[in-house]
Design a binder for this molecule. Structure first.
Ligand code: OAD
Length: 252
């Protein structure tokens, strides 16, 4: 059944003048990064309100670093792009994809070669000093004592969006503008339950764009928003889609 839908998506990509993709944790699963929800997800092991809420971090930064952030630091230091990231980079390279809006903080879309990536939930690649505001590359941060500290003595936090925090205003504004302007929004590997990002596909749809979902399983978008859904491994599906598209040069 996917063969037919893959051809349909290939045709929709050819016809679209402005295509954006919205990605979630599912695109990084093949890189060895666990998702948040579902089997093996991070929120099976942790209560997000205890490790990913800004109030929990401010109450006890050492604990949040110890429980969650230390592990992320080790993991994200060694991960590489997987087939989903590569497929999306090929779509951009061939001229069919303008922008990636991602909820992921792992930097893997940029590592794969996508050049316009909106990090809706920020990035783990940088740490911020709570006192002086200095940004420090995560690779330079030592975790010998927790929480890690800036040279000024201030506590470091990742430049990611914790629950209870605002989305970076530029990322928010550009994402909604693109949702309104695009002809096609691909939604890949996200459970589409966290707001406000989960409303982007609905915005795209309401302003006339096609919305196509790629996911291992149905999501709230499948029945209500998506024009159609391709169910299966994102890497495989994106690889097949990219293989069916000849380069058309950069039109976006
Ligand atoms: P989730 O873990 O909620 O959802 C991952 C989605 O990817 C699920 O719908 C899976 O079915 C799908 N999936 C997993 N492996 C896949 C594969 N190989 N191919 C295709 N689909 C696959 O992750 P997100 O939707 O990204 O926010 O989560 C959204 C936000 O919730 C995160 O950015 C984070 C989290 O709490 C903050 O921390 C603010």
């Amino acid at each position: 059944m996917n063969e037919e839908l893959i051809s349909r998506l290939t045709e929709d990509l050819k016809a679209s003048r402005l295509t954006v993709v919205l990605t979630g944790a599912g695109v990084s699963v093949e890189s060895g990064i666990p998702p948040f929800r579902g089997k093996g997800g991070l929120w099976e092991r942790f209560d997000p309100m205890e490790v990913a809420h800004i109030d929990a971090f401010m109450r006890n930064p050492a604990r949040v670093w110890d429980l969650l952030l230390r592990e992320m630091h080790h993991l994200l230091n060694r991960v590489r792009p997987g087939t989903s990231h590569q497929g999306l980079a090929r779509l951009e390279e061939a001229g069919y994809l303008s922008t990636v809006i991602t909820q992921n903080v792992d930097g893997l879309h940029q590592a794969a070669g996508n050049t316009d990536v909106i990090e809706f939930h920020g990035s783990f690649a940088r740490q911020l000093c709570l006192d002086c505001g200095k940004q420090i590359p995560t690779t330079l941060v030592s975790l010998e004592t927790l929480p890690p500290r800036c040279s000024c003595g201030g506590i470091l936090r990742p430049d990611c969006v914790f629950f209870g925090e605002m989305i970076p205003p530029q990322a928010l504004e550009r994402s909604f503008q693109l949702a309104e302007a695009c002809n096609l929004m691909l939604v890949v590997g996200t459970s589409a339950v966290v707001q406000p990002v989960a409303s982007l596909p609905g915005v795209a749809k309401s302003t006339g764009a096609k919305v196509v979902e790629i996911n291992q399983e149905p999501t709230p978008l499948s029945a209500r928003v998506a024009d159609y859904s391709l169910f299966g491994e994102a890497g495989k599906i994106l690889g097949q889609v990219a293989a069916g598209l000849p380069p058309r040069g950069r039109r976006h």
